[in-house]
Design a protein around this ligand. Structure first.
Ligand SMILES: [Zn+2]
Length: 436
């Protein structure tokens, strides 16, 4: 281990320590106005006030100083579809028609490995431009889509989770597999990628309507066969979708029960949306330690509904933020929590900036059971972090000049900020994006 493997960053530094709903706002974060973070071989080894830590560093260690900037942990996106990068901002439909008219045609192109590689590259660069260092990602039904994505993620040494879509009915023939082929293809991808470097595999049935009970059973079987796998799917996003699930699975109590019946709930299971959940379903999600990805820009864009975060808090369900691109309208987690604030306002609730910040970082890590590795800047963690620029636009600079408190600055950042506010993004201590 050489001295050159150690670097230090000086700036204002903020990270989350817990869910404000559980520990209270004041205990939910840690802030150093003039902070220092020391990194050795990709991991954070010290964090504190610059005045305390600088004197402990040996003279040959480079200290990179970001003035008028804020270092925070890398953002975590708990639900996104990389194959939909090229169809973000498609006009006019709600969920089921939107899938048929826009999504399915776009996804058919991913049988071509070159197309998959091109989109993976664009997608990962877009995540990094927006300060997102970890995401739970949908591929398409094609194994080539997942190979291309993981290959690209591996080159940047990112902690990423992805999987091949399992879909054996109610979709175009070019996009359907069979229970047996989806099982075999998923298994081969798991063998190739799960646990390789910083990569994890997610068993990914698209949603209940596009899988037969036989396929869902095989998804459950995969989860039993390999430890540490994720389950990634959609749940109760749209009222027509929920009615359709009732028709397709009349013997099940409800939408969540379809997944439950096939052993798909658990601490590494992430259900996107959960906009229309009854109390029994919330209780069951909590009992199984399953997580919900709250996707405000998508829920508004598709007119799906307003996620009830206080209900999830009451049941102590793990919640992370998801962009859900391409139904979501931005890769930016700042813009995603901006919209989350408005979703709460429409329901008569205030979403505190420290709660939003928690959801976009440590909350996401907890939803993914990765809080021992990422999500905050605790010494020992992997050094995935973002440098936010308080002066990223003339308007933000002007507004920031009038702020009095950290809380206020954070709220202005998340309301006015987007990709332009990301000055730099680091993964395992290495720069993976620089704006300037
Ligand atoms: Zn989705």
């Amino acid at each position: 281990m050489t001295q050159s493997a150690i670097t230090a960053y000086r700036a204002a530094i903020l990270d989350s320590l817990g869910d404000p709903a559980e520990v209270g706002i004041d205990n939910s974060y840690r802030y150093f106005k003039d902070g220092l973070m020391v990194i050795e071989n990709g991991h954070i080894t010290a964090l504190g006030e610059a005045s305390d830590l600088l004197e402990t560093l040996s003279a040959d260690i480079t200290v990179k100083h970001y003035s008028d900037a804020l270092i925070i942990p890398g953002f975590i996106d708990t639900h996104i579809h990389y194959p939909q990068t090229g169809m973000i901002a498609s006009y006019g439909e709600q969920l089921l028609d939107w899938l048929e008219n826009y999504t399915f045609p776009a996804e058919q192109k991913f049988i071509d490995p070159q197309h998959a590689a091109e989109v993976s590259d664009i997608f990962i660069n877009e995540l990094l431009r927006n300060g997102t260092t970890t995401a739970l990602v949908f591929g398409t039904v094609h194994s080539t889509s997942v190979d291309a994505f993981f290959h690209c993620a591996e080159q940047h040494n990112l902690r990423m989770i992805a999987g091949k879509v399992m879909m054996d009915r109610n979709a175009p023939a070019a996009l359907t597999d069979t229970p047996a082929s989806s099982y075999a293809d998923s298994k081969a991808l798991i063998e190739r990628w799960h646990g390789k470097g910083r990569l994890h595999y997610a068993v990914t049935p698209r949603f209940a309507p596009t899988s037969t009970p036989e396929q869902l059973s095989l998804a459950g079987k995969l989860l039993q066969e390999y430890p540490g796998l994720y389950l990634h799917t959609h749940l109760s996003e749209n009222n027509n979708e929920i009615a359709w699930v009732k028709e397709l699975f009349p013997e099940q109590k409800g939408y969540l029960d379809v997944y439950d019946h096939h052993q798909l709930l658990g601490e590494r299971s992430v259900f996107a949306h959960g906009v229309h959940l009854c109390d029994d379903e919330c209780q069951r999600l909590a009992d199984t330690n399953s997580a919900i990805a709250f996707c405000p820009t998508s829920n508004l864009f598709l007119g799906s509904g307003l996620f009830n975060l206080p209900q999830a808090e009451t049941y102590k369900i793990n919640v992370g933020m998801g962009t859900d691109v391409g139904a979501g309208t931005s890769f930016s987690m700042l813009q995603t929590i901006n919209e989350a604030y408005k979703v709460m306002q429409l329901q008569g609730h205030k979403l505190h900036p420290f709660k939003s910040f928690y959801l976009a970082t440590l909350g996401g890590a907890k939803a993914l059971q990765l809080e021992d590795k990422i999500g905050n800047l605790e010494p020992g963690s992997e050094a995935d972090f973002v440098v936010l620029d308080y002066n990223s636009t003339p308007l933000m600079k002007y507004r920031m000049a009038q702020t009095q408190s950290l809380e206020e600055r954070l709220f202005v950042m998340m309301t006015l900020g987007d990709d332009r506010a990301i000055k730099a993004t680091y993964a395992m201590g290495k720069p993976v994006y620089r704006r300037d």
